[in-house]
Design a protein around this ligand. Structure first.
Ligand code: FAD
Length: 398
């Protein structure tokens, strides 16, 4: 029986294992952590957004310049296929706000439990505490467990993840080993991340941890309506993650950039002007703004913190400008950009410079916003690579 080693027991590796075991291969998964899929479990903490229900063409556009690469992969295992797969594992899915799809339990753990039991039934063996260190001179895969162990499978799938949240396992330590083999790797950068803002002590002591809701955020020509979170060191949350690629790219190119916030998107500047020129009476300025515009205390204080005092109040409310020049560290980002350049792979996801070695998931150089796009692409790659490995092993007649 032909043997396949999968290194990395995240969602990508586990999905590849399932599909190859179903094709009759002997599959072994290796991971350096004591338990599998730690990031997948973490993703379920705040609600596992596994995919999105929007039409497939809109869905695919979310991958930006990686759309062409991912199209055949996601068309092969679509968001709908993923929902069926979840249901077969006993976790029906539902469509939540803005079309995002979640498992009924909202969490990853029930899904992971029945997935691991399916893999055990398929005779997939999981080897925990195996840190992959590369290949030895005989071309064997080498692990520290902590003692050295080597194996020579018929095919290898690398599913080692990106570089965010390294304590969950994906620490990017594999890059040097692949670079030694001439494989081009784009440097890892934070994606779906927060940005530093130098808040005044008073503002952060009062508002760190407070969400800013019902706002519109604009960076260059992209506007999103989504809440953000004021944090001790800056801004985080869905709205800022959605713009993070654009903001990060501007910072990379120009060193600094400006985020524009509309604190009252459902009123025009003129409507605000009309309300704010009414007599204030005995109200404090803050109370008056709150009563006339309905914006929250945190929004009013952001106005005091960052508003351009030379402009009329109504204009300031429509256009708070926040200069940004640094992302939060990659260790705190939801995902990472960078990784193995897509040009290093053939149409079956095999590394052109390393025959019989395939690579999938977040270790490849693509990125996507939050909304279920990360897991969908990774899981689809897990299904798709199984086809490629099967084709390769049959054609190579190993
Ligand atoms: C807080 C948080 C919330 C998220 N929420 C969502 C969400 O709701 N929806 C969504 O779509 N995505 C979400 N994501 C992103 C998603 O979890 C990842 O994109 C996904 O887990 C990537 O899967 P992967 O299989 O490529 O890699 P990973 O899940 O990172 O798995 C890689 C595996 O490789 C192992 N490994 C690495 N190096 C070695 C080595 N040298 N030797 C042996 N083993 C090694 C690691 O231990 C790990 O188990 C979230 C991420 C975070 C951090």
């Amino acid at each position: 029986m032909k043997t396949i080693a999968i290194i990395g027991a995240g969602p990508g590796g586990l999905m590849a294992a399932e599909h190859l075991a179903k094709k009759g291969y002997k599959v072994d998964i290796y991971d350096h952590k004591p338990t599998p899929a730690r990031k997948f479990l973490m993703a379920g903490r705040g609600g596992l957004n596994i995919t999105h229900s929007e039409p497939i063409e809109t869905f695919l556009q979310k991958y930006g310049e990686s759309e062409d690469f991912l199209r055949p992969i996601i068309e092969y295992f679509t968001p709908q296929s993923l929902r069926i797969w979840c249901a077969e594992l006993g976790e029906e899915t539902f469509v939540g706000t803005s079309g995002r799809v979640f498992p009924q339990s909202f969490k990853s753990s029930p899904l992971l439990r029945s997935w691991l039991s399916r893999l055990a039934d398929l005779n997939v063996t999981l080897h925990a505490n195996h840190h992959w260190t590369g290949w030895n001179d005989q071309g064997e895969l080498s692990f520290t467990t902590p003692e050295t162990k080597t194996i020579k499978p018929d095919a290898t799938i690398l599913a080692l993840g990106g570089a965010s949240w390294p304590k969950l396992g994906s620490d990017g330590s594999w890059t040097t080993e692949l670079e030694k083999r001439g494989i081009e790797i784009s440097p890892f950068r934070p994606a779906n991340c927060g940005f530093y803002v130098n808040w005044s002590d008073i503002f952060k002591s009062k508002f760190a941890g407070t969400p800013l809701k019902s706002i519109a955020l604009t960076h260059h020509d992209i506007t999103v309506s989504n809440e953000i979170m004021i944090s001790q060191h800056g801004l985080e949350g869905g709205g800022i993650y959605a713009l993070s690629k654009s903001i990060r790219t501007s910072i990379e190119q120009h060193g600094t950039t400006t985020l524009h916030i509309d604190l009252k998107p459902d009123l025009t500047e003129q409507q605000l002007e009309d309300r704010l020129t009414k007599p204030r009476g005995r109200d404090s300025q803050t109370n008056f703004i709150r009563k006339q515009t309905g914006i929250s205390p945190v929004a009013i204080n952001l106005l005091y913190e960052c508003g351009n005092k030379t402009k009329p109040l109504a204009h300031q409310i429509k256009n708070i400008m926040i200069p940004l020049s640094e992302t939060f560290p990659i260790g705190r980002a939801i995902s990472s950009a960078g990784g193995i350049k897509l040009s290093e792979l053939d149409g079956n996801l095999m590394l052109k410079r390393c025959p019989s070695v395939f690579a999938i998931g977040e270790m490849l150089d693509w990125e996507a916003p939050t909304g279920g796009y990360l897991l969908q692409a990774t899981l689809s790659m897990g299904v798709f690579v199984a086809l490629g490995v099967d084709k390769y092993l049959k054609s190579a007649n190993i």
